[in-house]
Design a protein around this ligand. Structure first.
Ligand code: F6P
Length: 382
């Protein structure tokens, strides 16, 4: 984005006026994001009531396969991040129409769909049923997914959507985490769930619409990114999930492109973009391109999502990568995860990302809630 039209579209001033924020957010996406802590608490009750203990039949599944799309599928990535590298069974997320050939009766399939009606998720879940997999379904009550679960007497956890599936993340992810805990494959105490909910409440308070930009980390990040090309890197596989969430939330909330990556891998490819067209220095470009790359609004902005646990070599890579970026005119913002447990760390990164991308939408004059392009696409292939 460059030139006067772009300047006119970025309006950070709107973020200083709570009434203007409310008017720019008719779908109440900020309220949906603020419900995250309540979702964690409600999902614990809903999961207990659904009889999750039935999943633990004394045998450990060979693998856990989470099935879903978009804002629901990321619950599988969150589950893998929370279970961490110490998890004794693989956790994979399947996004698509087909169940991998190796998945069978020895595996636990967890189907996640906020609406309970997404075609890809239903196709893969039906295949899991045919193959005799153990099944956990999480989604809307009275939906096609609920019917599939009932058909095989699978465990079904009903979810009340807070509006958009992507904003219902914790209602969808917590049942998966509790199921894996029930199977003895990860340790997440009730105290950790409560500590995570408290941290999310604290972030919601700091990011509330009435809090001014200089105090509000969500607004600050939005203002920093508005107009730039954001590239988010996680400094661990857990933070890499948050980087992916950042890109998806930029796309769906702010209708904005974003690049995501993870260290150390990004140091083997994405780092080279610091030398290119969007880096700001315009090296090697002709005058036409140089004019554009001199415009701060067409520049790359590196967002480093820092985990509190980083491999020692990744610490070095992060520090040098940031130096390389700054030396080449790439702006850098670093965000730290909070807390000790992986659940707290990923939830705090995601909470800030969720607020920042909604505020980015508002600063750009875009309604954060609707996803019209997805709706049009679905209608045209129906
Ligand atoms: O959770 P559901 O209802 O399966 O939806 C999955 C994804 O599909 C969408 O509804 C769009 O197709 C997204 O909003 C969502 O992230």
């Amino acid at each position: 984005m460059s030139g006067p039209e772009a300047d006119a579209r970025v309006n950070p001033g709107v973020l200083e006026d709570p009434e203007a924020i409310a008017a720019a957010d008719p779908g109440d996406m900020l309220r949906q994001v603020a419900s995250s802590a309540a979702q964690i608490r409600e999902a614990q009750l809903a999961t207990a009531e659904a009889g999750i203990t039935r999943l633990a039949d004394g045998t450990r599944p060979r693998a856990i396969v989470v099935v879903g799309m978009g804002g629901s599928a990321i619950s599988g990535d969150v589950l893998a991040a929370v279970a961490g590298p110490g998890c004794p069974v693989p956790i994979v997320t399947v996004r698509g129409y087909r169940l991998p050939g190796w998945v069978g009766a020895a595996d636990l399939v967890m189907a996640v769909s906020c609406s309970g009606g997404t075609e890809e998720t239903l196709a893969v879940t039906a295949e899991a049923v045919r193959r005799g997999c153990r099944l956990l379904c999480v989604g809307a009550a009275d939906s096609p997914l609920a019917a599939l679960a009932a058909q095989v007497r699978g465990v079904f956890v009903p979810v009340r959507s807070v509006g958009q599936p992507r904003a219902t993340l914790w209602a969808l992810a917590v049942p998966l985490i509790l199921a894996v805990r029930e199977l003895g494959l990860t340790e997440v105490s009730d105290e950790v769930f409560e500590a995570t909910a408290s941290r999310l409440e604290d972030i919601s308070n700091r990011c509330r619409p009435s809090s001014e930009s200089f105090l509000n980390p969500g607004k600050q990040l939005a203002v920093d990114l508005a107009g730039a090309v954001p590239m988010a890197w996680g400094t661990s596989s857990l933070a890499g999930v948050a980087a992916y969430r950042f890109a998806c939330q930029c796309n769906e909330n702010a209708k904005y492109p974003a690049v995501h990556g993870e260290l150390p891998e990004a140091d083997h490819n994405q780092v080279v973009a610091f030398d290119g067209f969007f880096a700001g220095a315009g090296r090697g470009a002709d005058d036409f391109f140089r004019d554009r790359t001199d415009d701060p609004e067409t520049r790359l902005h590196l967002l480093v999502l820092r985990d509190t646990e980083e491999h020692p070599q990744v610490v070095k890579r992060r520090e040098v990568s940031v130096e390389l970026a700054r030396a080449r005119g790439v702006q850098v913002t670093e965000i730290m995860a909070e807390g000790d447990h992986p659940l707290e760390r990923i939830a705090t990164l995601i909470a800030l990302i969720d607020y920042a991308t909604v505020y980015l939408a508002i600063a750009l004059g875009v309604d954060p809630t609707p996803v019209s392009a997805i709706q049009e696409l679905k209608a045209r292939i129906a």
